[in-house]
Design a protein around this ligand. Structure first.
Ligand SMILES: O=C(O)c1cc(=O)[nH]c(=O)n1[C@@H]1O[C@H](COP(=O)(O)O)[C@@H](O)[C@H]1O
Length: 230
């Protein structure tokens, strides 16, 4: 699969979401992220519906619980034929390993969220009381995820070269916090443009509002793809 631009479907209702998708040509097999907002409202039937329409799905549930609970949840999700699933790396080694075991036999890639892109160095130090530089914390969590069977991580694009060096070039780095030059940064702290993310070695970028809230979502998507694939 070529390196995808994953569109984060953070919509308040499914009608708005389907209208958004209808702007795209039918044969444009998008990679879509279903996150907590839509999953909490529409659940598995919504995931199944989009899979049946031929979209690739990144199910972003950011699981974070005791190993047994996460394993059993992953066993269920393993039946859903989604391409990617997230857990929080801070759930620890045993939890990551349990998640991977739960997905056993499926093609679903397990991605561990490191430091959310909405958290910067100040929040890490003051709120979370983590006495590390952001890049070291992210790299540490990526190594933990790698050593315990995850297929990759979610990080900002800025940490990708360090993660690849500390793990493997094949360890997937999927990066949200993407903002084209003209876009508003909003609640994101560690951001990069599509072109910068590409040059840093991201395997896929996740983009929400710069596409979903654009006046012409399809055009915004095309512009980002063009910059990403340059
Ligand atoms: O796991 C994620 O996808 C995620 C992790 C992270 O660290 N930062 C982050 O922004 N995300 C998700 O990526 C998307 C980014 O959306 P925009 O900020 O609108 O582009 C949202 O759906 C977030 O839930």
């Amino acid at each position: 699969m070529s390196k995808p631009v994953i569109v984060a479907l953070d919509f308040a209702d499914d009608f708005e979401c389907i209208n958004f998708l209808n702007q795209f040509p039918k044969d444009d097999k998008l990679f879509l992220k279903i996150g907590l907002e839509m999953f909490c409202q529409f659940g598995y039937p919504f995931v199944r519906n989009l899979r049946e329409r031929g979209y690739n799905i990144f199910l972003d549930l950011k699981l974070h619980d005791i190993p047994n609970t996460v394993k059993r949840t992953c066993e269920m999700i393993a039946q859903w034929d989604v391409q990617m699933l997230t857990v929080h790396a801070t759930g620890g080694a045993e939890m990551i390993e349990a998640a991977k075991k739960g997905l056993d036999g499926s093609a679903t890639k397990l991605l561990a969220v490191t430091q959310l892109t909405s958290l910067g160095q100040t929040e890490l130090a003051n709120e979370l009381q983590v006495p590390l530089k952001s890049q070291d914390y992210v790299t540490h969590l990526a190594k933990l995820a790698y050593q315990n069977g995850a297929d990759g991580v979610i990080s900002s694009a800025l940490e990708v070269p360090l993660i690849k060096e500390a793990t493997s070039t094949n360890f997937l780095c999927v990066t949200p916090g993407i903002r084209p030059k003209s876009a508003q940064v909003g609640d994101q702290k560690r951001v990069a443009t599509p072109a910068h993310a590409r040059s840093l070695g991201s395997d896929a970028i996740v983009v929400g509002r710069p596409i979903t809230q654009a006046a012409d979502g399809h055009q915004a998507y095309m512009n980002i793809c063009k910059e990403w694939n340059k």
